[in-house]
Ligand binder design. Structure first.
Ligand code: MG
Length: 389
């Protein structure tokens, strides 16, 4: 779906991320570019790599017509304008759709596989630098293993000199690659093949072993191991209490539960959401709910607490953190949490923008001891894990 073409200042290079594939070999039942990689969808990592690069001025994502909900769930806020467009039946057709969707003012385009989430700034720099002197440029790694021919047994060997393992992004001057694609019959393995068929010269720039294309489950494992080397892992905790008062329901984890009393507070007093919100602020070292939403400010009177949690989630995302786990314990005699725990997890997963398997909701009583035991109020504890890689 093409959005309105946004205006943008220089730089004049765009990233065109091709995400139309159906690749299901990595498992999990959804195309691999939408699968989770250490707390963020693969495609979100690929987009973020270009969004963070100072020489990129626009982003285009070409997705499959059926993937609107998957992409909506996977995409994250970006610094740059992002144009979402629908691909064709083949990779060539998808790239052509992406080239057609580029905004005005673009002079060079870097065409990248959504399934290569670990592309580095250095790889992008190499392509951009070579485009100053060539029509096209793309990263590759020299083949270092011996090469054989055969099936079951070795029937021959192949010299590896001058052989390269191609990667993306493959960069081109925009007019040249548009003309090359317009003239191409289709069926090319990649855009370098399309470019060369049209007579363009393509420079080989430094590739990176970490810039692997995720295809199988083993590739995902390898990518996770590569990322672990420089991960910033944060743990935050939260604690909150709200007292009971008059009312006929309580808000807990975003759900309205009938009860003979309500919880009191400046906002809707959702002690579960407040606790998780504070845990995220804690992991970020960004104060607490009161810092961002002062109780003295009348605009938050009666506010729905998902506003607070969404603020914390977006702050974490803006700082490059992915929330990988949240564990919430509600402490009360009543209402009974067990019957609502599954719905709470589903609602929290939605608010936290993660899959439900990363969200835990537990409940305990205090054996009728203390204020929760006397049913004077509800307390909650939360621990969250944030990861930046
Ligand atoms: Mg509170």
């Amino acid at each position: 779906m093409s959005e309105t073409r946004p205006e943008f200042p220089r730089p004049t290079a765009a990233a065109l991320i091709v995400a139309g594939g159906r690749g299901l070999r990595a498992g999990a039942g959804i195309p691999k570019q939408y699968r989770d990689l250490a707390g963020l969808p693969v495609i979100a990592r690929a987009i973020a790599a270009f969004d963070a690069h100072p020489s990129i001025g626009a982003l285009v994502v070409v997705r499959h017509a059926d993937d609107a909900p998957l992409f909506a769930q996977a995409r994250r806020a970006t610094r740059l304008p992002l144009i979402e467009t629908i691909g064709g039946a083949t990779r060539d057709a998808s790239v052509r759709a992406g080239l057609a969707a580029l905004p005005e003012g673009i002079e060079t385009v870097l065409i990248h596989d959504a399934a290569r989430p670990l592309v580095s700034a250095a790889v992008i720099d190499g392509v951009l630098a070579a485009l100053e002197t060539h029509d096209g440029a793309a990263p590759a790694l020299p083949v270092t293993d011996a090469l054989w021919r055969g099936a079951g047994t070795v029937t021959g060997t192949q010299a590896r000199d001058g052989l390269w393992r191609a990667q993306t992004p493959q960069g081109f001057r925009l007019g040249a690659i548009r003309a090359a694609h317009a003239a191409h019959q289709g069926g090319a393995a990649d855009d370098v093949e399309v470019a060369r068929a049209h007579g363009l010269t393509v420079a080989i720039t430094p590739g990176d072993e970490a810039n692997l294309k995720l295809t199988t489950a083993a590739d995902f494992d390898r990518a996770r191991r590569l990322m672990e080397a420089d991960m910033d892992v944060r743990t935050g905790n939260g604690f909150d209490v709200h007292r009971f008062g008059p009312g006929d329901h309580v808000m807990l984890c975003g759900l309205k539960l009938p009860h003979e009393r309500g919880l009191q507070g400046h906002s809707d007093a959702d002690v579960g959401l407040h606790t998780l919100t504070d845990a995220i602020y804690g992991a970020l070292c960004e104060g607490d709910i009161g810092t961002h939403f002062p109780p003295s400010d009348p605009q938050w009177k009666g506010a729905e607490s998902h506003i607070f949690l969404t603020h914390a989630v977006e702050m974490a995302q803006a700082q490059g953190f992915a929330l990988t786990h949240a564990d919430l314990t509600l402490i009360c005699e009543r209402p009974k949490i067990g019957p609502h725990a599954a719905a709470m997890r589903a609602r929290l997963a939605e608010l936290l923008r993660v899959e439900v398997g990363r969200v835990s909701v537990k409940a305990t009583t205090t054996e009728r001891l203390g204020f929760p035991g006397r049913e004077e109020g509800i307390a909650a504890l939360a621990t969250v894990t944030l990861v930046k890689s």
